[in-house]
Design a protein around this ligand. Structure first.
Ligand SMILES: [Zn+2]
Length: 418
């Protein structure tokens, strides 16, 4: 069986030029004794915006792995696929993020709900789970309500997993993640337990599951929410997963997946401590913030690189509504804190780097500029070879930023710091 390793970290490489620089951060982590396995992810939506094919992600990763002699595993994630988008990822992905959020709340068949409820008397009443202080108290109404809310989504996950399995030659030949994060309401730990029981009944060999957690996970900036509540929820979810593996025979390596939207720095120490206390694994997916390191590197390079960054910012600023619309639920931009393009043109390369580079304690950091640029990668895509040639010409300074970002700001606090 193709098994997902204990620690995996998802990186995006929108323009397929930074796989080597990304991999260098995993090499540095491995050299310090912790194996974190890279997973390159890119969603159908990003491929559509950039005009790329899924195969390009695999090819860029494979080239980096070859060039750097990476001997550990690596994966390519068909990120947030559904039945209507999965097919073009089948040959080039070994990891599938099965997104069934759209089916949450769809009415399941009454007969299926009844079958589930009859099979699972243990999900009613007082449920004691090792590692959770306060036992869950589940009324029959609450259980039935949760099953009605999630069963159609779980059945859809089963349909997609079987669709992939038939085409890959078996369910043991790919890694299945089930994601329910792109929805309005978070899933509570008792709901996660019921969802895992449904997934087991549906026969989905889920190796990692991405619930929606409480709080805001905006793209490319830190977590906004109650840290104490997150900590409790995260630890309860870990306990629920360990319990569900024993109780329902799910894959023993089943773990939580955090679709972080990148840079949830204030959560990292909590996640690290919870992993240490429990021995749990983790998949942490980041968004395509590597592209922002490209911007930082090109700005620092000055000359034509800085000029292009200024043009991209000006275009993004003028088309802010268009670029923000698809991400409205996951960005918070205060337009008053965005310099207009004329003011931005006075920024030196170093000013731009400091505004965009995510060091929250730096007074020059500007989360609004960062978020606007983050959602404006289409502008760079439209530049085509002009953009790619600048990346190649400045690969050293860009790559340095890419590696340092992943290693210093992600690998260290998640996997290495004491
Ligand atoms: Zn997600």
């Amino acid at each position: 069986m193709l098994t997902l390793e204990r620690f995996t970290f998802g990186v995006g490489d929108r323009f397929a030029h930074q796989a080597s620089a990304q991999l260098a951060a995993f090499e540095k982590t491995a050299a310090l004794g912790v194996d974190v396995i890279p997973v390159w992810n890119k969603s159908n939506r990003e491929h559509t915006f950039v005009g790329s094919e899924p195969q390009s992600v695999h090819d860029a990763a494979a080239a980096a792995v070859r060039a750097q002699g990476w001997t550990r595993p690596w994966h390519v994630d068909a990120d947030h696929i559904r039945l209507d988008t999965v097919d073009r990822f089948l040959t080039c992905s070994d990891f599938f993020t099965i997104d069934v959020a759209d089916s949450i709340g769809q009415p399941p068949s009454d007969a299926h709900v009844d079958v589930f409820l009859r099979r699972h008397p243990e999900l009613q009443g007082r449920i004691e789970i090792p590692g959770i202080d306060q036992p869950f108290e589940v009324t029959p109404e609450r259980l039935a309500g949760t099953v009605r809310k999630y069963l159609a989504a779980v059945e859809e996950a089963g349909r997609i997993a079987r669709h992939i399995a038939v085409r890959k030659g078996g369910s043991e030949r790919f890694i299945a993640e089930v994601s329910m994060d792109e929805t309005d309401a978070p899933q509570t730990p008792p709901e996660l337990l019921m969802i895992l029981a449904m997934l087991a009944d549906e026969g989905v060999q889920v190796q990692t599951i991405a619930p929606k957690f409480t709080g805001r996970f905006n793209k490319g900036v830190d977590y906004v929410g109650d840290l104490e509540q997150f900590d409790r929820e995260f630890r309860d979810d870990l306990a629920v997963i360990a319990h569900a593996v024993r109780q329902y025979g799910l894959p023993v390596n089943l773990k939580l997946s955090v679709h972080s939207g990148s840079d949830k720095f204030s959560l990292y120490p909590l996640i690290r401590k919870a992993m240490r206390d429990t021995g749990a694994g983790l998949h942490l997916k980041t968004a395509g913030t590597t592209w922002l390191e490209e911007i930082i590197g090109l700005a620092e390079a000055g000359g034509d690189g800085l000029e292009l960054v200024r043009e991209i910012y000006a275009y993004a600023w003028e088309h802010i509504d268009e670029f923000c619309a698809p991400y409205a639920a996951v960005i918070d931009i205060d337009r008053k804190k965005l310099p207009d393009p004329t003011a931005f043109n006075y920024f030196t390369g170093d000013d731009v780097a400091q505004a965009v580079r995510h060091i929250p304690t730096n007074p020059a950091f500007n989360a609004h500029i960062r978020q606007l640029l983050h959602v404006s990668f289409k502008v760079a895509a439209k530049q085509g070879d002009r953009y790619y040639d600048l990346l190649k010409a400045n690969s050293e300074i860009v790559g340095k930023n890419v590696t340092e970002n992943i290693f210093d700001r992600h690998m260290r606090p998640l996997f290495l710091d004491a």
